[in-house]
Design a protein around this ligand. Structure first.
Ligand code: PA5
Length: 445
């Protein structure tokens, strides 16, 4: 067995895959051009050797800390959290004695207060991750954490700081002003595509994950797409392109929702990572499909009823690993009504329930592709990240939209800044005044 996609339930007969598949030659040519131009570092990973050297240099320094506090949001946080939860579950278990990774990806005053009250500054390394170097949610937390560090450590505060940022922006200036160790977010590598750079690899290294295996897995999947000789036949057989054709044909057929159902429970947070990747990349010009992260078996007792018998507008990526550990055994003596599990490994339960749910979804008309992993190891995670990232980019191309930008989310950010009194933004301020002074329909409940 190896890592596979099982297309048996994909419903290819019902969908018009051909209209996308026939574009393989055009897409292959575009891939050759954009990878050649350096526009797709997510696939070409030109930064890899340098990153490995930088990580090697950092390893010892990171080991001297008990805590890492990561300040970042969106693509600067979700990949790191998925890796943490998948490969470092011990932090959520009794008796853990470190290291600890804390990911601050919100602007919740209570949470930040909690970190500042409880973390020991001298044993904490703060990693501020922002490609633009100016995201207020991240930089805002940085200002407060910097003061906290300074108060306790004095001039040594800089030693406990790391930045991961782009070529320019506030963090880059700050890094130069204070001589703070800074690793790059490579040019053209957008936040949600950046987990395989220092963005995700610094926290992964801190936790002791096998970063090399993860990156090698990703390279293995991405490499064929970066071949300057890539042709339509090779692309047509690449699973990322097949997924893209499927994703596009699903949207064309009115499947407005795409479930990411993880039956590797520790990989549940890849659901949030994927949701951001798919939603921010493809929700454009009235097009796209809504990603829905779900985790087996927990969500069988929650949202699965809707998946099975709600609107018939859902498709599913179903993530499994038949080789998950068996865990403890059920006792040999059990009440008669539970004798069907007697003496069996506990792991049989999730395998059987995964199979049952997958079949039920298919029987209820949900087109489904199973991503079946040989192991739940870092190499497999790297492969999945590359597969889904590439599939997302290619789906965007097939939809005729730009999968690398996110213009619509800017409006809310501008309005929030206007509300806080930032310079300029006159139209937004006018809009705000109108919104806030309009009559409201308010009722008590
Ligand atoms: O995927 C994206 O580009 C976004 O979600 C960003 O990651 C997010 O907005 C944070 O941006 P930055 O890394 O510039 O702080």
């Amino acid at each position: 067995m190896t890592d596979i996609l099982d297309w048996t339930g994909a419903d290819l007969e019902r969908l018009n895959i051909e209209s996308s598949a026939s574009k393989a030659e055009t897409v292959a040519r575009r891939l050759i051009q954009e990878t050649g131009n350096g526009d797709l570092p997510f696939l070409t990973m030109p930064y890899l050797n340098e990153l490995k050297t930088q990580l090697g240099d950092l390893r010892g320094r990171l080991q001297s800390y008990d805590h890492m506090l990561l300040l970042g949001i969106g693509g600067s946080a979700l990949g790191a959290r998925a890796l943490q939860k998948a490969f470092f579950p011990q932090q959520d278990m009794p008796g853990h004695e470190g290291p600890w990774l804390w990911i601050a990806d919100n602007v919740d005053p209570s949470t930040l207060d909690g970190y500042l009250d409880r973390l020991p500054p001298e044993k904490t390394v703060v990693v501020t991750v922002s490609k633009s170097g100016g995201t207020i949610e991240t930089v805002g937390q940085y200002f407060i954490v910097r003061d906290w560090m300074r108060t306790v450590l004095g001039d040594r505060w800089k030693e406990n700081m790391l930045f991961v940022t782009g070529e320019s922006g506030f963090l880059r200036d700050e890094s130069e002003a204070h001589g703070i160790t800074t690793l790059p977010v490579p040019e053209n590598l957008g936040g949600r595509y950046s987990v395989l750079s220092a963005v995700g690899m610094i926290p992964a290294l801190f936790l002791g994950l096998d970063v090399d295996a993860l990156l090698e897995g990703a390279r293995e999947v991405a490499a064929p797409l970066t071949d300057p000789e890539l042709d339509a036949v090779t692309l047509g057989k690449h699973e990322s392109f097949r997924l893209a054709c499927w994703g596009k044909s699903l949207m064309d057929a009115g499947f407005a929702e795409l479930i990411f159902f993880a039956y590797i429970p520790l990989w549940a947070d890849f659901g949030d990572w994927f949701a951001q990747l798919w939603a921010e990349s493809l929700g454009k010009n009235g097009k796209g499909s809504q990603p829905i992260p779900a985790v087996g078996v927990t969500d069988q007792h929650s949202v699965n009823q809707m998946f099975l018998d709600g609107p018939r507008n859902k498709a599913c990526l179903f993530l499994t690993c038949p080789e998950l550990p068996d865990g403890p055994r059920f006792p040999d003596e059990l009440p008669a009504k539970f004798d069907y599990v007697q003496g069996k490994p506990f792991g049989e339960l999730i395998r059987a329930e995964g199979l049952g749910t997958m079949m039920a979804l298919q029987k209820n008309g949900v087109p489904l592709v199973e991503i079946r992993m040989e192991q739940d190891a870092p190499r497999q995670a790297g492969k999945m990240i590359a597969l889904l990232g590439a599939a997302t980019i290619l789906t965007g191309w097939l939809m005729d939209i730009n999968p690398l930008d996110q213009p619509a989310v800017e409006l809310g950010k501008r309005l929030a800044k206007a509300r806080l009194g930032a310079d300029g933004l006159e139209p937004e301020k006018k809009d705000l005044d109108a919104f806030l002074s309009a009559g409201r329909e308010i009722r008590e409940f």
